[in-house]
Ligand binder design. Structure first.
Ligand code: GLU
Length: 319
């Protein structure tokens, strides 16, 4: 396993400092359009870095389990690119940012119902329909399995979160039918929507999220278990999507200010990947207007800056 280039003392300090600095940061609101997410204590705040050599650094509520939500899109994307290959995936779903909110129907209208990006709801539902499965149960089993492979431990779904989401996911059902109309859904639309809702309702900790990101940072091999989850070549495609559309309509701003591929979810989680080095994860429920956790963004950005991880940083030249 490749050693992380940054000293453990620097990482440890960066994690503790980021948690300390932002734990009383105000602003944002829990997602409430999924009722159960509105009930999660807003002051929870966890931070974790996981390195490609399997070291874990935590601060705050890093072992609290929360809903993975939109971050699930990343791992199903990895599974489907493995099964279908990057070219077929590009044609059947698309790989361009929409520039619109994650649940936009307008974005579909503008592109003849083509989802464009796998990291918005439409594209994620289409991606799920591409899993090579014999039936719905098999499709779900594979998706849950890949989440566990990325995390390095079995992941399970919260029945309570799933029930709350299934009772309110009318918009996603409408999106699934529009995809069906446009020819961009490749199984029963309601099966894809049901499994999309379930994959959003799984429980992870901030540590899990960091390990999931570190598996990407490590070229697709889980740094804790050694399991080869996806091919190194496919990691590049997944990270490119995270860089393009990972933090909703703030993705451009995030690239400009932080410069790392990342993905957030309305449960309050956020993970950013420094390829070949480490992943930074944070969790706190209050969200900004785009759907990103306010504290998690601040903490992850601070750690990325402190450790100088931005991919667009040009190293100084010795002249
Ligand atoms: N289950 C949520 C939805 O479909 C996930 C949204 C998100 O985290 O972006 O609305």
């Amino acid at each position: 396993m490749a050693p992380s280039a940054i000293s453990t003392d620097r990482i440890k300090k960066a994690v503790v400092d980021a948690h300390k600095k932002h734990k009383s940061k105000r602003g944002g609101k829990n997602a409430s359009y999924i009722p159960i997410l509105g009930q999660v204590p807003s002051k929870l705040f966890g931070v974790c870095v996981a390195t490609v050599d399997g070291q874990i650094f935590t601060a705050g509520d890093a072992r609290y389990e929360f809903a993975l939500e939109s971050i699930s899109k990343v791992f199903t994307l990895g599974l489907v690119i493995e099964q279908r290959g990057p070219e077929q995936f590009r044609g059947k779903v698309g790989v361009d940012p929409t520039g619109h909110p994650f649940n936009s129907v307008l974005a579909l209208e503008l592109h003849n119902d083509k989802p464009m990006s796998p990291l918005v709801n439409a594209g994620a539902i289409s991606t799920i329909s591409l899993v090579e499965a014999i039936d719905a149960e098999d499709r779900w089993r594979q998706i849950l399995g890949v989440q566990g492979d990325f995390a390095g431990r079995p992941i399970s779904m919260s029945e309570a979160i799933n029930a709350s989401e299934q009772a309110t996911n009318f918009r996603n059902r409408a999106i699934a039918w529009l995809l069906r109309d446009g020819g961009y859904i490749y199984c029963d639309p309601m099966e894809a929507c049901d499994i999309y809702t379930r994959q959003c309702s799984t429980l992870v900790t901030t540590v899990d999220l960091a390990v999931m990101g570190a598996t990407l940072a490590n070229g697709g091999s889980n740094p804790l278990t050694g399991t080869k989850v996806i091919a190194r070549a496919n990691v590049a495609h997944v990270l490119a999507q995270m860089a393009m559309e990972g933090v909703y309509t703030r993705s451009g701003d995030w690239a400009y200010t932080v410069g790392l591929p990342a993905k957030s979810g309305v449960g309050g989680g956020l993970v950013a990947v420094a390829p070949g080095q480490l992943a930074i994860a944070a969790f706190s429920p209050p969200l900004d207007e785009a759907g990103n956790s306010v504290r998690a963004q601040a903490a992850v950005a601070q750690i990325a800056h402190t450790l100088q991880l931005g991919l667009f940083n040009v190293p100084p030249r010795n002249e």
